[in-house]
Design a protein around this ligand. Structure first.
Ligand SMILES: CC(C)(COP(=O)(O)OP(=O)(O)OC[C@H]1O[C@@H](n2cnc3c(N)ncnc32)[C@H](O)[C@@H]1OP(=O)(O)O)[C@@H](O)C(=O)NCCC(=O)NCCS
Length: 181
């Protein structure tokens, strides 16, 4: 199912273009992710664990193009990718009506409405997708802006696993949230 590209103006008065990722975005998207993952406290991946090559990233992007229950959007400003959201539909028949969300953006673009815009567009797309019925995500219970965003968009809390993450001898809890579309 196609996604019609959109433009939105953020709270910093800058206008950003949101569109479906293309295979040719692989290098730029990988560069963006390599910057925001190590600087985000609430993405459970260490810098040395980001091992995808550009070719593997191309395959990953292509999986969203060919799978009808999946969508990968990028936010672009002045030709550069500044953030993304992925909705990965299950490949298992019994769960193909479900998809999991991942999202992130460069630090200087956080807290000015980009997450709200990306997530609203994914929810709207999921609602009109004939396969999807349930979308879900997992979030650190300390990720205030993430929690506020997901609650604002109507996600409900399904449960917490305590001490799920352990970093520098500190434990963090994980919360699963979901939305019926
Ligand atoms: C979490 C994240 C996706 C949120 O997106 P965002 O663009 O920063 O969020 P928005 O500016 O759209 O704000 C969404 C809501 O969060 C809340 N919020 C915004 N800034 C906040 C802050 N500094 N502290 C607490 N809550 C905040 C508000 O309720 C806001 O809604 P409102 O603007 O209508 O009041 C984004 O900050 C991000 O990518 N962070 C790093 C990676 C990450 O944590 N990914 C999510 C993993 S589950």
């Amino acid at each position: 199912m196609k996604f019609e590209p959109k433009q939105i103006t953020l709270k910093n008065a800058k206008t950003v273009f949101i569109r479906q990722a293309k295979v040719s975005d692989a290098e730029d998207l990988l560069n963006c992710v390599k910057i925001y993952i190590p600087t985000s406290k609430y993405i459970p991946k260490l810098e040395n664990e980001i091992k995808l090559t550009v070719d593997q990233e191309k395959d990953w992007i292509n999986s969203f193009i060919i799978n009808d229950n999946s969508l990968l959007l990028v936010a672009e400003y002045e030709g550069k990718i500044i953030g993304n959201i992925d909705l990965t539909g299950s490949r298992r028949k019994i769960m193909e009506h479900t998809a999991v969300i991942g999202m992130g953006m460069l630090q200087e673009w956080q807290h000015i409405g980009l997450g709200t815009a990306l997530l609203s567009m994914v929810i709207e797309w999921a609602k009109s997708n004939p396969i999807l019925e349930l979308i879900w995500l997992q979030v650190y219970t300390e990720n205030e802006s993430g929690l506020n965003l997901y609650r604002k968009m109507g996600f409900t809390e399904n449960g917490i696993i305590k001490n799920f993450f352990k970093q520098n001898n500190r434990y963090f809890h994980i919360l699963t949230m979901s939305l019926t579309v």
